[in-house]
Structures are given as C-alpha cells and as structure tokens.
Design a protein around this ligand. Structure first.
Ligand SMILES: NC(=O)c1ccc[n+]([C@@H]2O[C@H](COP(=O)([O-])OP(=O)(O)OC[C@H]3O[C@@H](n4cnc5c(N)ncnc54)[C@H](O)[C@@H]3O)[C@@H](O)[C@H]2O)c1
Length: 437
C-alpha cells in the first residue's frame, strides 16, 4: 500500500447501498437510525466506540478512533438497496423479528421510506428463495446496466456525494472460479451471453465497481475476488473487501484458537454445531449454499494453527462444522463447540462452548464499520483488496498468492496500525525499548 498524499474530506452525504435488505441489512439500518436519535448505543462498533492507543504508554494518549481519523458521521448516511421482496425496511425488519416493536416504532417513518429497488436474481443461485421484485432483461449485461442506472438514480434522488456497498444478500451456491472469471474481457463477453457461471452478486459487484462504489462482501459467495473484478477495481481505483461477516461461532473460534496455540496446547478435534431458524438458516438448509458457508467456516483454524509447522500439536486435528435449520429459534442462533485438547505429555482435556447469540445483532456493527472504513479507504485513494479489514471477515480475501490472516488479535493490530500509519503516528510494536536505555 502506498501512503496517500492526502485523505479527501468526509464532508457531504454518504450513500449506503445494500444488495439484500433482510435481517442483517434492516438491523444495521435501524441501529444507525436509533443511535443517531440517541435511543440506543451502537455496541460492537469499533468506529463508534473504539479507542486507539498512540505513542508510548507513558503518554496516555488514547482518543476515540472517530476523533483520531475523519470518518463519515451517522447523520450523513443515506440508506438504499435491492431485495427480492417489495417490503419496505420497516416491514422487512418486522418480518426478520430481530428488534423489538418499541425500537422499530421509534423510527417507523424513516424505515418505511426505504424501499428496495428490484433485484438481480437467478433462482439457481439461491435454491430456497423466490421473489416477486426482480428485474427482467435480455441478458446479464443489461441487468448490470440497470443496476448502474439504479445507483445513479439513488445518488441523484438522495443528493449523496459518494457511496459504499455491502452485500447483505443471501448466501449463493458454492462455485469455484472458472475461465469466464479469469479476465475482464472474458467476463464482459460472459455478461453479454448470460454465461451461467456469472452469479447475481457478480452482476451487482460489476455495476458498483463501474460506478466507482467500494464493495464489501458479507456472505461467502465467490464474487469480487475473481480476477475479472479485481482487474476492474484496479482500473476504476475502487476498494474491495470480503468475505463472510465474522460473527457468532467463528468469532469465538478466532478468539480461542490463537490463545490455545500461543500456549502450545494441542488440539485433536473441534466439532462445531449450530441451530438457527431465520431466513439465512433456511437458505443454508440447501446443501449447495451450505457448502459455500462450510468452506468459509472450515478455513479459519488451518491458518491460525498452522499444522504444517506444528505437526505434533495440530497435524491430526479433525474439524467439523454443522448448521441445522430449526425455525423455532429464529435469529437467536445457538452454537455448541466441543474442543478436544491435550497438554503436557499428551494428557487429554476438553473445552465446551455454548454460545447463545443473536446473529444480526453481531453482524450489524460490522456492516457499519465496513461502510465507514471502506469509505475512508476510497478517500485515501486505496484500491483493490483491503486486507487491513480482515478483522471483520470469516474468510478474508487476500492479494493473490498470500494466505489469509484469521487470528483476530493480529487482524485487530493490523487494522489499528493501518490507521496509525495513515495519520503519520508511530506503529505500536509492543517492544519494550526501556530495557535497552
Ligand atoms: N447474521 C450473521 O451473523 C451473518 C454472518 C455472516 C454472514 N452472514 C450473511 O449475511 C447475509 C444476510 O444474512 P441475513 O440473516 O440478513 O439473511 P436474510 O435471509 O434475512 O436476508 C437476505 C436478503 O437478501 C435477499 N436477497 C437474496 N438474493 C438477493 C439478490 N440477488 N438481490 C437482492 N436481494 C437478495 C433476500 O430476499 C433476503 O431478504 C447472508 O448471506 C448470510 O449468510 C450473516
């Protein structure tokens, strides 16, 4: 990353465009509106509540991140998006059943005013959903052009200065990159011939990047990491990040695993099971969508524990992840982890984690932070994959050829050091210089 000569100011309105306005999307929007009114606190958001230590510990400097570096204000956000269903954000939030009626009614007119634009949707990519609010066009290029027009209309109607997009749509089926994804020219011909390997999320990402809008991917879909879209993002100087919000069980995993490894404790088995009953759970009940999620969830331990370096400790580890759709639980997921560990001389022990979480409550602050940091990245002139935002993702996208960093604490250090570096502050290395005086 080259240090920017200047970071453009965050003045003016920032448009937030969400492909997918379901449980996560509406919980995020409602939370921003409630926080703006002072009705509730944006808990879980680093940009709103987090401090950053600067200089030596003796200096006692630890400003709020949002006072340290210029970020867009909650007051300046304007919300929009696309969905398969015509429900406005108030009705969609009521259906999602995450927030209480009290909270939703406090911002009812603002939520009702947010109506989803018609979606780009190919049912073969999300087998459990059918929607009525879908664009009809001759081919996928025409659909991309229609999304570009939506973006321009949104910017004009809401008088916004710049936009950021975060994919909050359903998880699409698992697919591997193929020839049509390998270059921009092949991808554009594929759009014109409606190539079957071009997914709805790729059509949105193409349109958004073409319009200069940064794109963050909250689901495990194969989207912006394909060479064609990386090439497009470089050309239009647009930041990208992804993928799959790090919430719930995987968040816990990337908190626990680095600690276990730091103490050189062995693991021979990690079994993770979940029940959830929201629409996301219903979509993941389809084996092909589950496959995308499974790949994303399984990857994290490998890069944290590095079994190739620590054969005696993790060489034989068995890792399994299950997600079961269980409607009575709604958005209030429950996860169980059984971790079989071993210590001194190989003696076995166990850890059990039972996490009763709320999926969208954990995801919403991530959406907010990504919006504000992706906007910062663009104002700083960054483009392509923003690895410093790996902190927010289960399966961080990296520059080609690099392995992802999944350890939450390294990710946090990388994020904060990037902010220090941007402002010209010393990086914090935790080295005790005082010992050498
Ligand atoms: N909540 C979490 O903790 C969490 C964590 C990681 C990832 N995610 C991912 O975030 C995404 C959203 O989760 P959710 O709980 O809000 O799901 P949800 O089912 O409540 O909402 C998804 C919305 O996307 C819409 N949609 C699907 N395809 C679309 C398309 N092509 N264009 C426009 N809209 C489309 C659906 O109609 C639905 O309203 C999912 O992919 C989920 O896997 C969620």
């Amino acid at each position: 990353m080259k240090k920017p000569k200047e970071i453009r100011s965050a003045t003016g309105k920032l448009g937030v465009l969400l492909p997918g306005m379901g449980a996560v999307g509406t919980t995020f929007i409602a939370g921003c509106l409630l926080a703006k009114k002072g009705v509730a606190l944006p808990i879980g958001s680093l940009t709103q509540l987090g401090h950053i230590r600067l200089g030596k510990r003796t200096e006692n400097r630890a400003p709020l991140i949002r006072d340290f570096i210029e970020l867009a204000n909650l007051e300046d956000l304007a919300f929009g998006g696309w969905d398969l269903f015509r429900d406005n954000a108030y009705d969609a939030a009521c259906n999602a059943d995450v927030l209480t009626k009290n909270h939703l009614d406090a911002i009812k007119p603002e939520l009702e005013a947010i109506k989803p634009m018609s979606a780009v949707f190919f049912p073969e990519y999300v087998k459990r959903l059918r929607g009525e609010n879908v664009k009809q066009s001759k081919n996928k290029m025409e659909l991309a052009e229609a999304v570009r027009q939506d973006i321009r209309d949104f910017i004009r109607e809401n008088a916004v200065d710049r936009c950021v997009a975060v994919w909050c749509g359903s998880t699409e089926i698992h697919q591997a990159p193929s020839e049509v994804h390998s270059s921009l020219s092949k991808f554009e011909s594929g759009l014109s011939s409606s190539h079957p390997a071009i997914s709805p999320s790729m059509v949105y990402a193409y349109a958004l990047i073409k319009e200069g809008v940064p794109y963050a991917n909250g689901a495990p879909n194969l989207t912006a990491e394909i060479p064609a879209l990386l090439e497009l993002a470089k050309k239009h100087r647009v930041p990208l990040s992804g993928k799959d919000f790090k919430t719930g069980q995987t968040l816990m995993k990337t908190i626990l695993a680095p600690g276990i490894k730091a103490r050189m404790i062995g693991i021979n088995g990690w079994f993770s099971s979940n029940i959830l009953g929201n629409r996301d759970g219903e979509v993941l009940d389809d084996p092909e969508s589950f496959k995308a999620k499974e790949v994303s969830k399984l990857g994290v331990l490998e890069t944290i524990l590095q079994p190739e370096l620590n054969r005696n400790l993790y060489g034989e580890m068995y890792h399994k992840v299950r997600i079961e759709y269980y409607p009575p639980r709604g958005d209030q997921k429950e996860g169980w982890d059984n971790i079989d560990i071993f210590g001194w001389l190989g003696y076995p022990m166990q850890i059990k984690v039972n996490f009763l979480c709320r999926d969208s409550i954990l995801a919403a602050p991530i959406v907010l932070d990504l919006v504000l940091f992706m906007d910062l990245a663009q104002r700083a002139g960054f483009s392509g994959v923003q690895e410093w935002l790996s902190f927010y993702f289960k399966s961080p996208t990296t520059a080609p050829g690099l392995y992802p960093e999944n350890d939450l604490f390294i990710q946090s250090m990388k994020l904060k050091n990037t902010l220090r570096w941007l402002v010209g502050e010393d990086l914090i290395t935790h080295l005790g210089y005082e010992y050498y005086d």
